[in-house]
Design a protein around this ligand. Structure first.
Ligand SMILES: C[S@@+](CC[C@H](N)C(=O)[O-])C[C@H]1O[C@@H](n2cnc3c(N)ncnc32)[C@H](O)[C@@H]1O
Length: 236
């Protein structure tokens, strides 16, 4: 199972459930939640991001809304997943309060995040990889939402300060061997390039680093992983 199936499974969706995919993006978690045949998946994002086929699925309701002000009534959801959202939020506590409000008693929420500082790339130059990753996790894109390369390891802290009971904590790393355009490793490497764009010398070395990753993937030697953390929360 990959990241999206893992978080959906931990939320324990069931046939007929009302499920939430919070910060749904293109809807990869929504897709995984649908495998349990819920009555509805409310897919919430601040942007209009959901894939077209999910918009056409009668079980999916798309909402354009902020995660600290969910367009749902109190106690109306059975399960909720928030994946790779908190690094974009000014107040993770306000987000968790909202999730707690809209869940029914006994409902489950999964708060999950990749911890980007743990990203692993097979490369010929390990020292350069470390330098580039350090820049990547410290990088706040100009005009973009805040990011936190250490968000995964902080989830339990957010959970402990919320009204939820922490049921369990999980962590895993998915191995990815592809480095073609659109692959997960490619997207992270693109973020690395953006992070060093203002440093011409390092940017040139990063371009060479990416060529090295390409060669390594072509030779079948490439590996990328990042640690994901998921906290399973229960509303008592
Ligand atoms: C890194 S993406 C994760 C998407 C999806 N959960 C996934 O893992 O594929 C972060 C998402 O959070 C959304 N987002 C950022 N800030 C938000 C906010 N305040 N309220 C709702 N969504 C937000 C973005 O639009 C984006 O789709």
């Amino acid at each position: 199972m990959g990241r999206f199936e893992n978080v959906a499974t931990l939320a324990r969706p069931f046939a007929g459930a009302v499920a939430l995919d919070l910060a749904c993006g293109s809807g990869r978690t929504t897709r995984a939640l649908l495998a349990a045949d819920p009555r509805t998946v409310h897919a919430v994002d601040v942007g209009s991001t959901l894939d077209d086929d999910l918009l056409l699925d009668g079980r999916v309701r798309a909402h354009i809304a902020d995660l600290d002000d969910l367009p749902l009534d109190d106690g109306t959801a059975d399960v909720a997943v928030s994946l790779n959202a908190v690094e974009h939020l000014a107040d993770a506590g306000a987000h968790l309060s909202e999730v707690h409000r809209v869940l029914r008693r006994g409902g489950t929420a999964v708060l999950a995040h990749s911890d980007w500082d743990t990203a692993l790339f097979t490369s010929d130059d390990d020292a350069l990889t470390r330098t580039l990753l350090d820049r990547f996790v410290a990088h706040a894109p100009a005009g973009g939402s805040p990011t936190d390369g250490f968000a995964g390891r902080k989830l339990l802290r957010h959970a402990a300060r919320s009204a939820f009971t922490v049921e369990s904590v999980h962590s895993w790393a998915d191995p990815h061997r592809r480095f073609d355009e659109g692959s997960v490793a490619w997207k992270v490497a693109t973020g690395v390039l953006a992070a060093v764009a203002d440093e011409p010398q390092l940017a040139a070395r990063a371009a060479g680093w990416i060529e090295g990753l390409r060669r390594s993937a072509a030779a079948g030697e490439f590996l990328f992983t990042v640690t994901d953390v998921a906290v399973v929360l229960r509303k008592d």
